[in-house]
Structures are given as C-alpha cells and as structure tokens.
Design a protein around this ligand. Sequence first.
Ligand SMILES: Nc1ncnc2c1ncn2[C@@H]1O[C@H](COP(=O)(O)OP(=O)(O)OP(=O)(O)O)[C@@H](O)[C@H]1O
Length: 312
Amino acid sequence: MLLEINQLFFSYSPEKELFRNLNLKIERGRIIALAGESGCGKSTLLNLIYGLLDWEKGEIIFDGKPIYGPKKNIVPGESEMKLVAQNYDLMPYATVSDNVGKFISNINLQEKKHKVLELLKVVGLEQYANVLPKYLSGGQQQRVAIARALSVMPKLLLLDEPFSNLDYSRKIELREKLFNYVKEKNISLIISTHEIQEVMPWLDQIIVLQEGRLIQNDSPRDIFTNPYNAYVAKLFGEVNVFSDEEKSAFGVFKNFWYPHEIKISQSGKDAQILESRFAGNHYWNKALVSGKELIMYTDTQISGAVKVDFID
Ligand SMILES: Nc1ncnc2c1ncn2[C@@H]1O[C@H](COP(=O)(O)OP(=O)(O)OP(=O)(O)O)[C@@H](O)[C@H]1O
C-alpha cells in the first residue's frame, strides 16, 4: 500500500469539522482523481497528505512511514512525494529551464539538460526554456511547476487542479503526455479536479468527497454506472435525477439517467419535445415526459410528439 489514511479528523475551526473519521487506502502506480464540488476538501486533503497541515486525530502512512504535520516538522524527502499546489512557487529570477532543473543534480550537466528538455516536452513548454516565469501565463507557470515536480521522479505526485488554467487544446495535449509519462515512470498520481470528464480515460480510480466525507471510491466505470447519489452523478455532466417515487411511476430501474441513455423509440413513453439545440457532437433536447422535464441527446434535431425509451 502506498498511502493509508486512518480515522483522520481535521478542521480549520472548531465550529466546522471538515474531515470526520476519513479512511482511505491507495495502491501504487495508480492515476487517481480526487473529485467533488468546490469547497468539499480536495486541496485540504492534498495538503494533509503532503504534511502541510496538522490534524487532530488519526494517521497518514506513506510508503510504510507515518507523515506528520508542520508541528513535528517532518516532511517527506523530495524523491518520495511532491505537491504542485495552486500557487506554483517558482523562482522568479531563474529561467523556465533553471526552474525545471532546480532539483536535478549538476554532476552531469549534459544529462541534466537532456532531462530538462524531456520534461519541458511533456508539459509542452520547450520553446519557453529561456524565458523568466513572470513572462508566462498562469497556466504556463503551472506547467513549469509540474515539470519541476516530475523531475525528482517522486513515488507519489499530488497535483491540485493541474488543468484549471489551461484552454481546451492545451489541456488535451498536457493530460495525455502527463498521464503517459507518469505511467511509464511508475509515478503514482493523485489529481484534484472538478472536471472529471476531461481526465476520465486515463483514470484508474476516482475518489469523491462531499463536504469532507468520502462518499465513493471506485473505478471510473463503476462510479459512472452506479453513482452513490445525485451529487456524484452530476460530476459527470448533465444527468436526469428520478426520485424513488418517480422511478416507480416511470417504471425505470435506476435513479440517475444520463442524457444519452434516453432514446427516441417506436414504442415507449409519450414525450413532447420542448427544445432541440445544436450542441456540436449531438443535439441537446429538453423533453416533457409524464409531467417531468428530461434532458436527452440525439443525433438529429427533433420536435413535436415522440416516444422515448430508457436504455442504459
Ligand atoms: N485556510 C483556511 N482557513 C479556513 N477555512 C478554510 C481554509 N482553506 C479552506 N477552508 C475551508 O475548508 C473547506 C475545504 O476547502 P478546500 O480548499 O480544501 O476545498 P476544495 O475542494 O479544494 O475547493 P476548490 O475546488 O474550490 O479548490 C471549504 O469550506 C473552505 O472554505
């Protein structure tokens, strides 16, 4: 086991407990997303794992050794664990290359140069090697910090919202290179994100927090097909939520239906299409079915009276 959190209690203030008896086990070599809406405790948990905060009760065991908060002031060695927080903490008067190479030994300068270039390629910043961080955008600075963290080949890399400052095309490029790199080098990765859809193809595991409670911890497929509650289902985008009463009234077998699971059919329930809008890869439709508004996606624009089926 790479990381074990046992019966952890933590709060920023006595009135408001954040983590109450949090338990978590993480195996080596995995790419894990820590998901949940803003304020659920993702950054705090990463900071606790990295030993930046003191907790009240419980233990965090990393690679067989206990982690302590700043009071005991024992931080893991550089090569063990790295955190890239939302402030990137770059050296302002050193170039991008020097920042990335900060933790790489100077014994073999040729090798160091080669390694820095390799890392800059992973984060797509090879053209910026000689630029100072202040001339970079927030998203670029974040990528320099990620490259620097990768340079020490940590056993565990913690990334707090690594793609939050990137436009879509950069995000797509970075996520693939980054995830392939960590897998190749056997670096375990935990990233916090509220855009789970965008990283899903690379994830081995998703951990969902809701107001400091760990409510689901499973493979992406299991969480997507069997979300614990509406909060979890909504992490994957739009979803139609049926109460238990609605579920039996509609004769459907589950509470959460994604828009692509409601399909136009020959037989099925009567539906009135209220809106049908072009959404790029599909049409986004709002349908009225037995008095309930449902969102469904279709390949073509639809209107009027149709019939729909629920097919997962
Ligand atoms: N330094 C602090 N002092 C007091 N309360 C804090 C502090 N940092 C965070 N909190 C509170 O703790 C809770 C968890 O915050 P945290 O930043 O861990 O959430 P998050 O899931 O990472 O959110 P986001 O996705 O917006 O970064 C929130 O209610 C937040 O207001």
